[in-house]
Design a protein around this ligand. Structure first.
Ligand code: ADP
Ligand code: MG
Length: 884
């Protein structure tokens, strides 16, 4: 019989699970891990290999090819039929392989985003991977994070949980710890004393005991019936598909016209049909969608190497075209390694503090003298700061261990620096109620008992605390705080009072306990990354919850802002709530720093910037950043951020670093460039084939290629090399150019002209060679072999042209893309061997060609490089651009 935990009182749940509120011992955890395995929450099923394979055939072009195979078979051309079937299957396998790889790497990326949780084990609070949870573990829940397993709640504080995934109900459920009736039949949504894996904590805190992990959780039981919603296709992919459709129609019309001409010239209906199929295959860029998927997935892999994880594929391209980045300050531009540097006491005394980072090493100095005595004010200050604190900092054999909010950790470090374990201050008061820090409140507070008195203390942003102090004190304290902020410190204030009850609303005349100035060092790479973004034509703005003066100091040293007028504050924005985005945009479009901003105002800012035409990437980490992240064109969550922020984002930056966002922009631009190269390649070679055939048909000459040869050219030899273009290493010059206009067509002047010029040249050379050989009375089969080889060679050379749209190919090292070089070599090897393989050479009507002929073909084919080099040179000088 399975235990029904919501029916039991909390202590019985503990008993059943053989656990205590202090958590399991290490040995017990090990034993249970052995018994229950990893807590892997089953994921909804993704695409299957077979599914992907069969989908490859859902394509009009393939239908035509299948028809061609059937017609060949029924008219006795068995080898042709087999060949076409082979081509179809070869293509399907290639496509499946590419898509499957893309799918897998997307999955692998998802797995890189680890879900962490806080547990209590052996009396200590630890941060662990959620996968290591076992039944009986005591888990601490916090707003913004995923519930890592099914749990019975033991304690709650304003806990509300969003359970839509399980119950379909999108309104968060307010949880409690009361025992419930109703047994198994009680609906999940009504089990208020339970929380379930894969749901998200929207608000508050809670503690629960794990009742089920992995497949035994509620989500595990229904995982099979959950399907990933078919992810929406990237806009670029949709554009490409509609583009392919348009081209297909044009090609069909051209084919029909050529067919009619051919018919009147006396070609048999069957031959015409086959030729039309082959011409269709050459001119329709059917490889485009696959090439696109491949290029984007290579882009995501490259981004992952630079700590940027792409959750939604369109973001690869989107990041490259963003025109504005709205960045968080703390943790993104700075290290979020808060260290207390200054202490200001209410009696006017001030201290300096030494030491940096997440450790307790350092000293507190009073006028250069090390402080060892803890006087009254200092004692009160430290008790308040340790009790209103959720951080953890302790020394183990392995060194300093920390977890939780960096500000809170910094306060704990301060305790060590005065020579005491934080526990010492913790034990000075008996905790009654903790009001945890949430960024919309900008403070944390605590009610506690000390010597039979009920006391209250709060720590938080100066303005918030100031309001609670007696009016006559405010000005003087504010002056000190402003000075500290202008010196670049992040300033927090602490205040407290004796109270009668634990109601926070009727608290006024608090007594100041102290001011504190912290330093959060800049990320060393940030300045240069901001610089790089500026060069790339991207506006960088800072949106922070911190004080305007502190924010300006940091913005200045990063080169984001220069003067106080660049800063707007949340207070200035309040009152603009109802204002249309366009109007707000007028007010704030020149601001660089937004300080003391509330999370909802952040969303407003994003909307306003969008209204000015910006394509905007926004960073965030907190639960309440989610609306802004969703509003942004590209939401960027921090690896250290909450699960909620991650889910609202299309990109996750694993090292929380602004420089990685800049790297992502660069990779996004590289990827887009590579896409253009592939499109250029596919369309120009298609155009060349179509043109050369049209020309001979119109001139009533024998055809230079037979149908199967065209299929071979397009789907085998060319297919091998064009995808290799997406491996091209990026050209760093992309970061010296302004961003592409969002939504701008790929087919700009340069693209169109290049396609036409190169298509004409290839078609011209092939036609000339064919014409010449016919005049010289060459054997038709041999002449055809030569023309096909010429075509393969020209495509081999032309793919080199496609490596850059403006740069000479002699300036691009081969080392930028060995895959491409290998692809070209492979295409040659495959093609040359085809002439020697029995049956295949018969089907393709290829004969071995002599080395001498091959050597003669080389310069003829190389003409395409010559022409395109001249074209690029002309284009560069016309654009007045230096060679990039
Ligand atoms: P940022 O945008 O720099 O990340 P936050 O929203 O984290 O800013 O913090 C805003 C303000 O809230 C800080 O300037 C500070 O005054 C206050 N604050 C931050 N962390 C804490 C904490 N753990 N306890 C109390 N107050 C805090
Ligand atoms: Mg913060």
């Amino acid at each position: 019989m399975q235990t029904i935990y919501h029916q039991l009182p909390a202590d019985e749940v503990l008993q059943k699970l053989q656990a205590t509120a202090e958590g399991l011992s290490t040995e017990e955890v090990n034993r249970r891990q052995e018994e229950y395995g990893l807590n892997k929450i089953p994921q909804p099923k993704s695409k299957t290999l077979l599914g992907i394979f069969f989908r490859q055939f859902l394509n009009p072009l393939i239908y035509v090819l299948i028809a061609a195979a059937i017609i060949s078979a029924t008219t006795g051309d068995i080898t042709d039929a087999i060949f076409i079937t082979f081509i179809i299957v070869f293509n399907a396998i290639l496509g499946t392989y590419q898509e499957w790889r893309a799918e897998n790497s997307a999955q692998a990326l998802k797995d890189m985003v680890k879900v962490k949780c806080r547990v209590k084990r052996g009396g200590h609070i630890l941060e662990i991977d959620s996968e290591a949870l076992v039944p009986g573990d005591i888990v601490l829940l916090e707003s913004g994070y995923k519930v890592p397993a099914d749990m019975r709640l033991l304690e709650v504080k304003d806990l509300s949980v969003e359970e839509a995934l399980l119950t379909g109900e999108s309104v968060p459920v307010i949880k409690n710890t009361e025992q419930l009736n109703g047994g198994e039949d009680l609906a999940l949504g009504d089990r208020l004393n339970m929380v379930f894996a894969a749901t998200t904590v929207q608000k508050g805190r809670g503690t629960g005991i794990v009742t089920a992990t992995a497949e035994h959780t509620q989500i595990g039981k229904i995982a099979d019936s959950l399907r990933t919603t078919e992810s929406e296709k990237p806009p670029l992919e949709r554009r490409m598909e509609s583009f392919s459709r348009k081209i297909s129609i044009i090609v069909l019309v051209v084919c029909a016209i050529l067919g009619v001409i051919g018919y009147f010239e006396g070609t048999s209906a069957k031959d015409i049909f086959f030729l039309m199929v082959a011409v269709g295959v050459s001119a329709i860029p059917e490889g485009l969608p696959v090439a696109l998927t491949v290029a984007l997935s290579i882009g995501t892999r490259r981004m992952a190497r630079r700590n940027v994880i792409v959750r939604k594929l369109p973001a690869v391209e989107g990041l490259g075209s963003c025109t504005m980045i709205a960045s968080d300050k703390t943790g993104t531009l700075t290290m979020d390694q808060q260290s207390v540097k200054k202490l200001y006491m209410p009696n006017g005394k001030s201290y300096d503090v030494t030491g940096e980072g997440y450790n307790g090493e350092g000293e507190i100095h009073d006028d250069g003298e090390k402080v060892t005595e803890i006087d009254g004010p200092l004692q009160k200050f430290l008790i308040a700061s340790i009790l209103s604190n959720e951080g953890i900092l302790r020394k183990t054999e392995k060194g300093w261990e920390h977890s939780g909010d960096a500000v809170d950790v910094a306060f704990r470090a301060l305790a060590y620096k005065i020579g005491k374990d934080p526990k010492y201050f913790q034990q000075q008061g008996k905790l009654k109620e903790l009001i945890p820090y949430e960024s919309e409140r900008k403070f944390s507070a605590v009610f506690f008992e000390k010597e039979n008195r009920l006391l209250f203390a709060m720590k938080g942003a100066v303005e918030v605390i100031l309001k609670k102090l007696p009016a006559e004190k405010q000005q003087e304290i504010n002056r000190v705080a402003e000075q500290m902020a202008a010196d670049g410190y992040r300033v927090l204030a602490l205040a407290g009072a004796e109270v009668v009850d634990t109601k926070i609303d009727n608290l006024h005349s608090l007594e100041l306990l102290g001011l504190i100035g912290m330093i959060d060092p800049l990320r060393p790479e940030a300045r240069e990354a901001v610089e790089e973004c500026k060069r790339a034509g991207i506006n960088v703005i800072m949106v922070t919850g911190d004080h305007p003066a502190t924010a300006l100091v940091i913005a200045k040293s990063l080169g984001i802002a220069e003067k106080p007028e660049d800063v707007a504050t949340g207070a200035e924005l309040s009152g603009t709530e109802g204002m249309p985005a366009k109007e707000l945009a007028q007010k704030i479009k020149n601001k660089k720093v937004f300080a003391r901003v509330a999370p909802l105002q952040k969303q407003k800012i994003v909307e306003a910037m969008k209204a000015t035409g910006h394509f905007i990437a926004v960073t965030g980490d907190g639960a309440n950043d989610a609306p802004a992240l969703k509003s942004a064109h590209i939401g960027v969550a921090m690896g250290a951020g909450t699960d909620l922020a991650k889910e609202a984002s299309s990109i996750i930056v694993t090292d929380n670093n602004f420089a990685s966002i800049a790297a992502g922009v660069e990779e996004g631009r590289f990827t887009f460039d590579n896409l253009r190269k592939i499109i250029y390649m596919l369309l120009s070679t298609g155009a060349a084939e179509l043109l050369s055939i049209a020309l001979v048909i119109v001139l009533n000459m024998p055809l230079p290629f037979i149908a199967v040869q065209l299929l071979w050219l397009n789907l085998v030899t060319n297919g091998i090399q064009d995808i290799a273009l997406s491996f091209e290493k990026g050209d760093f010059a992309v970061m010296n150019k302004p961003p592409r206009k969002p939504g701008e067509s790929i087919f700009d002047r340069l693209m169109n002209t290049q396609i036409i010029v190169s298509g004409l040249v290839i078609a011209g050379v092939v036609f000339a060679a064919w014409h010449y050989m016919l005049l010289q009375g060459f054997d038709e089969k041999h002449a055809r072999t030569i023309v096909v080889m010429l075509m393969v060679l020209m495509q081999n050379f032309h793919v080199l042209n496609c490596r850059s749209e403006t740069k000479s190919i002699f300036k691009i090292p081969f080392s930028n893309n060995y895959v491409l070089i290998a692809g070209i070599a492979l295409a040659q090897v495959v093609h040359i061997s085809a002439a020697y393989i029995p049956v295949l050479n018969d089907t393709l009507q290829l004969e071995p060609i002599k080395l001498k002929e091959w050597l003669l073909l080389l310069p003829a084919a190389a003409s395409i490089i010559g022409v395109m080099e001249i074209f690029k040179w002309w284009w560069r000088s016309r654009e007045g651009k230096k060679e990039l």
